[in-house]
Design a protein around this ligand. Structure first.
Ligand SMILES: [Zn+2]
Length: 121
């Protein structure tokens, strides 16, 4: 089976609400009432899919949206470039099938950030 490699994007939010659980009084992350702006998060090949929103509660696990924003909630649905809640700075790169910029919180080895411009011979 051959398949043209096309990047896919999932919806992501850069914030979440916190609410206190009425039973155990723990503070739990909750989906915000307002979703906008919804960012595009590149889905990696190794990704096994989500069945429910995933809260990324530590800067160590934040994901990076196509626009460079830190994503703290990953939603189990595809990013919709036509939705009015979609982040306008994510829509363009998503339509062009671009990858996440190299200023991310993960997936980017530190050496990439230190990359010096190479002198042309
Ligand atoms: Zn965005």
């Amino acid at each position: 089976m051959t398949e043209e490699y096309r990047r896919t994007y999932r919806s992501g939010l850069s914030r979440f609400d916190q609410k206190r659980d009425p039973v155990d009084h723990q503070i739990d992350p909750a989906l915000p009432a307002e979703f906008a702006p919804v960012h595009a998060v590149q889905v990696t090949r190794a990704d096994r899919g989500l069945s429910r929103p995933q809260f990324l509660t530590s800067p160590l696990v934040y994901k990076t949206a196509l626009c460079g924003a830190a994503v703290k909630v990953e939603l189990p649905m595809e990013f919709d470039t036509g939705d009015e809640d979609s982040c306008p700075r994510c829509v363009g790169p998503a339509l062009r099938n671009e990858r996440t910029p190299a200023c991310g919180w993960d997936e980017v080895p530190p050496s990439v950030l230190d990359d010096q411009p190479v002198d042309e011979p």
